[in-house]
Design a protein around this ligand. Structure first.
Ligand code: PRX
Length: 638
């Protein structure tokens, strides 16, 4: 017997639930919400208008998400592992935090935050490696009603500084350093660089991980461990969760769009909690006692929703891994699966393709028989990778769920449900209950029936959708709700096949998906253009065997420093400093000019075709100011 009354049990059940969710959404979600812990029940379940846009779920309901992730499990799951942590170095000891342990650690750290002046509504920037203290920090913020904004450990000082300015965060939680494979990343050092010009930051709490020497500024910087000792001497074991409104912000997470400046996506407490829990329980068909392993980093939305909030609100055991799939060798995931008898594995196509390329010898001899469900997220999974994942990892017996969603959607919107609804290679398949996808064709009409394609939009809100862009509601409106009237526009192209299954075909805007990381071309161009000697640049994506998409930069360079190879390295260094190593171009082609229209607009479509090696499909080039630049660029193609 499952302990989740709203867990879908069969294809028929799915069809019925889906129908109900569309016909009577308030009744449907009200019933599901009643299985959570509330301080005060809501007055109205849903209030929405995509024109303004305004989206409110469970209005005037009061709760604290950590009471749902921790306190409510203490009665029957106190000794169940909540977080199992596998360190970067396989020689180091792993850690297990039961629900009781995690509860106490979160309470303790909530006291630390309070002692250091953090209050409800304050923004707290978290820049840490993948250690349990990161989960503790996130939940402690939520417990006191502070808004966490986690920044991925691979982002540069400049990126952190931009985010700090945008949120005006006065508090930072970081580590001395982080381990990632053979590398050691000096997190506190990066924070110190980021803080130049951020005088509004009052406190930095530094957790020890790598024992890297760090500078600690008196009065501003404190050690995590010292602060915990103070709380221990105060003898405060519990920390009563601060009551939040259903619609209070829970966190801000930055993501890239088609303009240069990343957007601070805001998720709120109740809707997000219910959505991550509901989708976790249904898509993976989680059963109490199972070992669930999501390989994402908590710096991205997948880690927020499917390492922390979804699994913990469901009382599941969430395995978190500090390292990378290929260190010390490409068998690391499979060793972890064997060691902990992982039942559900949720990873990204880029990791699958990379491990597939290393060869099957890393799987040989590993016992993967515990695996019951496999998941994929972040980018389209190509058929070859799907089949490898299915046959070599799942031995043909573990259903693969191909989960489509976005930072903005909070949780999974389109996916098959493991073992319940059918899977189809490279198809996300069917919408979750509450999700109403529509495809809009070139003529701005809703594509009717099956065997059609168009831009993927949503017709109605679901509880987990983001509510605004931090500090810029107008940008929220123009970005998602102004392309098509009364619809949320995802930015993805999509087709619906003859069976009614959805297949995501990729972004239709200027956003790239590189190794599952979302990066705007404008953001990369801005960084390249900051390099001395660069006059102009244009960035496009191209198919890449491992990364899914690679970054191809066309650059007009008039500097005189060094040769092309050196300049390429210098430009890459600049991009690393401005954004982070994830945004480094794979290819940099120097050109004397870019294809532009007479009005000066760069024709990226042409550059994309060149980068994709489709020079016979360039289309009309006669509208270009100087069509000869195209020949020159084709000749110099890398
Ligand atoms: O293009 C889609 C792709 O990733 C984008 C969202 O990126 P991000 O906000 O970083 O969130 C990633 C983790 C949810 C989408 O617009 N994408 C995500 N999942 C899939 C996908 N494309 C195809 N299939 C998927 N399963």
């Amino acid at each position: 017997m499952s302990s989740y009354p709203y867990q879908i049990k069969s294809l028929d059940d799915y069809n019925q639930q889906y129908k109900r969710s569309v016909e009577a959404p308030e009744e449907f979600w009200g019933e599901i919400a009643s299985h959570f812990t509330w301080r005060k029940k809501w007055n109205k379940i849903l209030n929405w208008d995509f024109r303004t846009p305004q989206i409110k779920w469970f209005e005037e309901g009061k709760l604290n998400i950590t009471e749902n992730c921790l306190d409510r499990h203490l009665a029957d799951k106190a000794n169940v592992p909540a977080i199992v942590w596998e360190p970067n170095n396989p020689e180091e000891h792993h850690r297990v935090l039961t629900y009781k342990d995690l509860y106490f650690k979160v309470c303790q750290f909530a006291h630390v935050l309070k002692n250091n002046g953090v209050e409800k509504g304050d923004r707290v920037c978290i820049y840490m490696g993948m250690i349990p203290e990161l989960v503790i920090a996130v939940l402690a913020c939520a417990r006191i009603g502070a808004i966490h904004t986690v920044v991925f450990g691979g982002f540069s000082a400049k990126s952190i500084s931009d985010r700090l300015h945008d949120t005006r965060a006065e508090f930072i939680i970081t580590c001395d350093g982080a381990y990632r494979g053979a590398k050691e990343i000096p997190l506190k050092g990066v924070i110190d660089d980021a803080l130049i010009g951020c005088d509004f930051v009052k406190k930095i709490i530094v957790c020890t991980r790598t024992h890297t020497p760090v500078s600690m500024i008196k009065g501003r910087d404190v050690w995590w461990e010292d602060e915990i000792k103070k709380v221990e001497t105060q003898g405060n074991a519990d920390f009563t969760a601060v009551e939040t409104d259903a619609e209070d912000p829970l966190f801000i997470l930055y993501t890239s769009g088609s303009t240069g400046k990343p957007k601070g996506v805001v998720h709120t407490c109740a809707g997000y909690m219910i959505w991550t829990n509901y989708t976790f329980v249904n898509v993976f068909q989680y059963q109490p006692g199972q070992m669930y392993f999501c390989t994402a980093d908590i710096g991205w939305i997948t880690g927020h929703s499917y390492i922390i909030y979804g699994p913990l609100s469901a009382g599941a055991t969430s395995l978190m891994f500090e390292g990378i799939p290929t260190w010390p060798d490409a068998g690391r995931f499979w060793e972890i699966v064997e060691k902990y008898k992982v039942n559900i594995l949720y990873t990204a196509p880029t990791a699958i393709r990379s491990l597939m390329a290393y060869g099957d010898m890393y799987i040989e001899g590993k016992d993967l028989s515990s695996l019951k469900v496999l998941g994929s997220v972040g980018e389209p999974i190509n058929e070859e990778a799907w089949h490898w994942y299915n046959s070599k990892i799942g031995k043909g017996e573990a259903p693969i769920v191909d989960t489509w969603w976005q930072t903005e959607t909070g949780g999974i919107l389109i996916s098959n449900l493991a073992g319940i609804t059918p899977s189809k290679p490279s198809f996300a398949t069917l919408p979750l209950p509450g999700v109403q996808p529509v495809l809009i064709d070139d003529k701005l009409n809703e594509a009717q029936g099956n065997d059609v394609k168009g831009n993927l939009c949503m017709k109605a809100p679901w509880p987990g959708m983001c509510r605004t862009i931090y500090g810029d509601h107008e940008r929220f409106r123009t970005n998602y709700f102004s392309t098509y009237e009364n619809l949320y526009f995802s930015g993805d192209g999509c087709l619906r096949d003859i069976d009614g299954d959805y297949r995501i075909t990729g972004r239709v805007d200027d956003v790239l998906n590189v190794s599952g990381h979302r990066i705007g071309t404008a953001e990369i161009e801005n960084a390249i253009n900051m390099h001395e000697g660069v006059m102009e640049s244009a960035v496009v994506g191209y198919p890449h065997d491992i990364k899914g998409q690679g970054i191809y930069a066309f650059v007009i360079y008039q500097g005189s420093h060094g040769n092309n190879e050196m300049t390429r390295k210098d430009i890459n260094e600049t991009v690393t400093k401005i954004i982070g190593a994830i945004a480094k171009p794979d290819k940099i082609q120097f050109v004397s000019n870019l294809p532009k229209t007479r009005s000066g607009k760069i024709m990226r479509r042409i550059l994309r075709k060149i980068a994709e090696n489709e020079i016979n499909a360039l289309g009309d080039t006669t509208t270009l100011l100087d069509p000869t630049v195209v020949d020159e660029i084709i000749k110099g193609k890398l």
